[in-house]
Design a protein around this ligand. Structure first.
Ligand code: 3PG
Length: 306
């Protein structure tokens, strides 16, 4: 049996070595497709794969049609909006993610970007500190919880909104639960987004919420560009010259925003949140173990298309 690792944005070499060991120790063959530049390369490689490990690589109907032998796809990471779950289910393919494995890496980047924005992108002018500032965490999943932990070290006041997470979990983390989304944006100088991209959340952070932020507000997005209404974001930045937007993935209107708002916006050139060797090792090797467990024993603990 063959396991394909298809990563347009490759894992660190040390993580690939670890993945190879897990796959080969189980008696399977590993094929590596890194930095591919055309979908055809993926279609060709997936044709003979029994298992597939990906990152943000798109696995749609066409890929699944080409993957005649495929039984399991493991997204080495948290968000699986890049996989067509319905098509996978129709093809009898199990889809899994590796929750929590890269969340510290993403959470650390939140602070990298928040400090940069608070210090005016290091442009030599006087900025501000995070200490004693209010931080609002929009969704208290694995990344949100790590953000809360780190925020305490900065001496921030932390609150979180998450209708899917019981208040007790939020309180136990020393964080104030918020139930009205407007309060989250109104009360916090820094808001950090950790909602997944779903039909419910796409475009859900728009003009009304963004302009509720207090003076000097910083919106940090290490989640997905799709959760922001980009036209609304531009209008909010126009009407509120004090606001900043920093994001770990370029919005579609990035060039327009950079031209209009200069140092008040920042975008990483590629999604960098999970791009650490530690996160690659954690998520990549977890994915390898999950593929083997599924192919060998039918274990589907992390299946997301049940
Ligand atoms: C995730 O959903 O796990 C993160 O967004 C990381 O994505 P990446 O593996 O493409 O860097």
């Amino acid at each position: 049996m063959k396991v394909l690792v298809a990563t347009e944005k490759p894992f660190a070499a040390v993580a690939v070595d670890g993945i190879r060991k897990v796959i080969e120790d189980a008696g399977y063959e590993l094929e590596l497709l890194e930095k591919y530049t055309s979908k055809q390369e993926l279609l060709d490689a997936v044709a003979t794969a029994d298992g597939l490990i990906i990152r943000s690589d798109v696995v749609d109907q066409e890929v699944l049609d080409a993957a005649k032998q495929l039984k399991v796809v493991v997204r080495a990471g948290a968000g699986y909006d890049n996989v067509d779950l319905k098509a996978a289910t129709e093809h009898g393919v199990c889809v899994e993610n590796t929750p929590g494995q890269n969340s510290n890496a993403v959470a650390e980047l939140v602070f990298g970007m928040a400090v940069m924005a608070a210090r005016n992108m290091y442009n030599g002018t006087s900025g501000s500190e995070l200490k004693d500032k209010r931080l609002g965490i929009h969704a208290f999943g694995q990344v949100g919880r790590n953000v809360a932990r780190i925020a305490k070290g900065f001496g921030m006041e932390v609150s979180a909104l998450d209708p899917y997470c019981p208040d007790e979990v939020i309180v136990e983390a020393g964080v104030k639960p918020i139930h009205d989304i407007k309060d989250l944006y109104k009360q916090n100088k820094i808001v950090s987004l950790h909602i997944p991209a779903t039909p419910e959340t796409r475009g859900s952070v728009g003009y009304e919420l963004i302009t509720l932020m207090p003076k000097g507000g910083i919106l940090v997005n290490t989640a997905r560009k799709e959760v922001i209404d980009e036209a609304d974001l531009a209008k909010a930045l126009e009407d509120r010259q004090d606001l900043k937007y920093v994001a770990d993935i370029k919005p579609d209107n990035a060039e327009e925003l950079k031209a209009r708002f200069g140092e008040r916006v920042f975008f990483t050139p590629k999604k960098m949140g999970a791009q650490t060797s530690e996160a690659n090792i954690n998520a990549g090797i977890a994915a390898a173990h999950q593929v083997v467990a599924f192919l060998r024993d039918g274990v589907n603990r992390f299946q997301v298309n049940k």
